[in-house]
Design a protein around this ligand. Structure first.
Ligand code: PMV
Length: 346
């Protein structure tokens, strides 16, 4: 195998119907639906396989990743790499350098784009010929939501008890709804108190309300596909807000409770309802993941009005704006991310 650096980039995604609660192997209790974001919210990963390397090493935003006992995600990064090397039948090991396009301090989850970029880059470098569907299954094992980042545009990740059936596929590509925008209001840069890996299991094990969620969320996932296809913004926005509320309700119903929404997030949530009421219809939706940042989903023509309203509610708040973006891409076979010293020194 020739020693070449492969660099790939994958975008983050925002779930309209959320994934919360999983079984072993990151098999979700319900299907989820998302919009893949643009390249301003992405991870770029360079990978170099060499027989000179004694083991796989992964650097994320300048720090070396290690398998953390009890943290499934960190272990899986290495397991998936080892699995791909084994499949290739190579004794080479990898040097992986991964970097996010957005500041780490923004508090935006990067595991989805990180998992997708790693799998995509390794597949290219090892020439394994995996399809996007196969790669969505591999990315899923690292980070559930990473499965959805394997496609561009609007994506569904199917729930199943069988690993090979729990994959993601595109509903519509990124050109389908170009005026739809995610305005991410950056509420906090803090690290999550409870990681999503632990949170999924904690809620399933301790929330008595959780039993009701998979059926409701599954129905919503089907409905979201229909509404995205029809570009029915008003109904889709209603569904997005309800599903975010539902996920945070079961989080709060866990024991001890998981609470990711803070007072600033609530001010923004209330503002979205205020604006929707003033318009007499839903012109925007809010949705929050396992953190306090508020994603405001709207159409371009309302973006200015919404940002002004958010600034009125929380003076000085900053935003990252992103439209639907594409599937992972290979940027090239060379990269400045891996420097010569590292190549020689590892
Ligand atoms: O992929 P994970 O294990 O980081 O879980 C992410 C779950 C949420 O972001 C909260 C919801 C979702 O569907 O993206």
């Amino acid at each position: 195998m020739e020693e070449e650096i492969y660099t790939a980039s994958a975008n983050s995604n925002i779930a309209f119907v959320k994934y919360w609660g999983k079984k072993a192997g990151n098999l979700p209790f319900n299907s989820s639906v998302s919009m893949t974001l643009g390249s301003n919210v992405s991870t770029t990963t360079s990978i170099l396989f060499s027989k000179r390397f004694k083991k796989d090493r992964i650097f994320i935003n300048g720090s070396e990743a290690a398998k953390i006992p009890g943290d499934e995600k960190s272990g899986m990064l290495f397991e998936i790499l080892a699995y791909m090397e084994k499949l290739k039948g190579t004794s080479s090991h990898a040097l992986v350098i991964s970097k996010n396009s957005f500041p780490t301090s923004a508090g935006i989850a990067s595991s989805a784009s990180g998992a997708a970029a790693l799998v995509y880059a390794a597949n290219a470098a090892l020439d394994l010929g995996f399809s996007f569907k196969d790669m969505s299954i591999l990315a899923r094992k690292i980070s559930g939501s990473g499965s959805r980042s394997m496609h561009g545009g609007f994506v569904i990740w199917h729930a199943s008890d069988k690993s090979e059936e729990s994959y993601s596929e595109a509903i519509r590509d990124e050109k389908h709804w170009p005026e739809l925008i995610d305005i991410i209001a950056l509420v906090s840069s803090g690290k999550k108190k409870v990681s999503s890996s632990e949170g999924h299991i904690h809620t399933v094990n301790t929330s008595s309300l959780y039993a009701a969620r998979p059926r409701i969320a599954e129905e919503r996932a089907r409905k979201a596909v229909e509404l995205i296809t029809k570009k029915d913004a008003h109904s889709l926005f209603d569904l997005i807000m309800k599903d975010s509320n539902s996920m945070h309700a079961v989080m709060l119903d866990s024991m001890p409770p998981l609470h990711y929404i803070n007072d600033t997030s609530w001010l923004l949530i209330e503002k979205v309802h205020e604006i929707n009421n003033a318009h007499g219809e839903n012109i925007a939706a809010y949705t929050l993941d396992a953190g306090p940042n508020v994603h405001i989903i709207t159409e371009d023509r309302y973006a200015k009005e919404l940002k002004n309203a958010m600034l009125e509610a929380v003076p000085g708040i900053s935003f990252i704006e992103s439209h639907a973006g594409g599937a992972p891409v290979l940027l090239g076979k060379d990269s400045s991310l891996i420097d010569e010293n590292m190549k020689a020194g590892v």
